[in-house]
Design a protein around this ligand. Structure first.
Ligand code: GCU
Length: 354
C-alpha cells in the first residue's frame, strides 16, 4: 500500500527548512500548535485558580494514600487520589486519569466514592496495579476523568462555543494535577510521567505535547486522535471518531473526513511536540481499531525531530498479545521504560514549547 503523504515536520508551511533546534522552537513549534489548536483539539480551557481541600491521608498495605479535593474557581471540583510508596522520597510520579472513579481504582474503603459514578469499588484494580507501582518506587496520582468534563456528545455545543474540546479539558486536568503535585516535597517533579489508556491516552499525549514539564509520556492504545495517523484506511478514521465523539474535537476536524491528505498536520507532529522527552507507545495485537502499525509509523516519522534536538533514541513502541485493555504487564513495561529513560534526566528541557 502506498504511504500517505504525511507533512514533513522539518519543513515550515512556507517551505523554509528546519535545520536547527532554534528554527524548530521558534518557527515550527508555534506553527504546528496553531494547527492542532485551530483544527483538532481547540484551546486550553481556563479552570481558574485552584483551592486544594485536604480530605485525608492514611496508610495502605503498600505505602499511603492521600485524597484532596481540587476546587477550581472557574472549573470543576474533583477528588484527586495520590498513592505514595513507603520511604522518604522524593518519588517519580505517574499522572493518569481513570475511567470509573478513584474508588474503582483500588478497594481501599477510605477513598471517597464519586456519587455520580456507580462503578463498584475496586472494579478497575487490574488496570491499576497499585502494589506493583508503589513497590517499584513510583507514586501514582489519579482522578476521575468525567469530573473534569463529562464524556457526552451533548457537551459538544458548550465546549465548541468556548473554543475548546473534551480532550483539551482532560489534558488540562493532567497538567493541573502535575502542577499542584510539583509543590509536594514527596514528588520528584522533574520525573513526572503522563499516562493514559485509549481516549485518556490521547489526553496524555496532548498534555505532554503541550506541557513541557512532563518528563515522559506513555499513551496506551491511544489510536485515532492519539498516536495513530489521521491519514489511514486502517482502524478508526476521522469520519468514525468525529461522528461518535463530536465533543472530543473541534468541528473543523470533522470537515477533514475523507480529505485527510489536506490536513497540515498528522499525529507524528503531536509526538514530535513532546521531543526531546521519552515516549512509549503501548499496543495490543487484537486492538486493530487503535492501528498499532500506524502508531509505529508516526513514531518513526517523529524521530528526525528527536535527532535534531539531540535526544537520541528515546522513543519506544511495543505490542503485546491481547485486546483493548490495560493489564499489569503494561504497567511493568511502563515502569521499566520510566526507570531506564528517566535515570539521566533530572531536569525538564531548557526551552518550553509553549
Ligand atoms: C472508542 C473510540 C476510540 C477510543 C476508545 C476508548 O473505541 O473509538 O477512539 O480510544 O473508545 O477510549 O476506549
Amino acid at each position: 500500500m502506498e504511504e500517505p503523504n504525511y507533512p514533513d515536520l522539518l519543513v515550515c508551511d512556507d517551505g523554509t527548512p528546519v535545520r536547527d533546534a532554534e528554527t524548530w522552537w521558534r518557527r515550527r513549534v508555534p506553527e504546528l500548535w496553531g494547527h492542532f489548536e485551530a483544527i483538532q483539539y481547540g484551546r486550553r480551557p481556563d479552570f481558574g485558580c485552584l483551592d486544594v481541600v485536604p480530605v485525608g491521608v492514611w496508610e495502605n498495605p503498600f505505602g499511603f494514600t492521600q485524597v484532596d479535593r481540587l476546587e477550581f474557581r472557574s472549573g470543576p471540583a474533583v477528588h484527586l487520589a495520590v498513592f505514595w510508596p513507603d520511604g522518604e522520597g522524593p518519588f517519580p510520579l505517574f499522572v493518569g486519569l481513570n475511567f470509573r472513579g478513584n474508588h474503582a481504582v483500588c478497594s481501599d474503603p477510605n477513598v471517597p466514592i464519586d456519587p455520580s459514578n456507580p462503578a463498584p469499588r475496586g472494579s478497575q484494580e487490574n488496570a491499576w496495579p497499585i502494589e506493583l507501582i508503589l513497590e517499584s518506587g513510583f507514586a501514582l496520582a489519579t482522578a476521575w476523568y468525567e469530573g473534569f468534563c463529562p464524556d457526552d456528545p451533548g457537551q459538544a455545543g458548550r465546549l465548541h462555543a468556548s473554543g475548546t474540546t473534551a480532550l483539551a479539558c482532560w489534558a488540562e486536568a493532567l497538567t493541573r494535577i502535575r502542577s499542584v503535585l510539583s509543590l509536594n516535597p514527596l514528588c520528584r517533579s522533574e520525573q513526572t510521567i503522563a499516562i493514559g489508556h485509549s481516549r485518556l491516552g490521547k489526553a496524555a499525549l496532548l498534555a505532554c505535547a503541550r506541557d513541557a514539564k512532563f518528563a515522559a509520556c506513555v499513551p496506551l492504545q491511544s489510536g485515532c486522535g492519539g498516536a495513530a495517523p489521521s491519514r489511514t484506511s486502517v482502524g478508526e478514521t476521522v469520519a468514525d471518531i468525529t461522528r461518535v465523539f463530536p465533543h472530543w474535537f473541534l468541528p473543523a476536524f470533522a470537515t477533514y473526513a475523507g480529505r485527510e491528505a489536506e490536513l497540515p498536520i498528522d499525529q507524528h507532529a503531536l509526538i514530535a511536540l513532546c521531543a526531546p522527552r521519552p515516549m512509549l507507545l503501548l499496543n495490543a495485537e487484537e486492538d486493530t481499531w487503535a492501528n498499532p502499525a500506524g502508531q509505529r509509523r508516526m513514531l518513526e516519522l517523529a524521530k528526525p525531530v528527536y535527532s535534531l534536538l539531540g535526544s537520541g533514541d528515546v522513543v519506544e513502541w511495543h505490542m503485546r498479545p491481547g485486546k483493548h485493555e490495560v493489564l499489569p504487564c503494561d504497567w511493568e513495561r511502563a515502569i521499566a521504560f520510566a526507570r531506564f529513560r528517566l535515570k539521566e534526566r533530572t531536569a525538564p528541557p531548557r526551552r518550553l514549547p509553549c
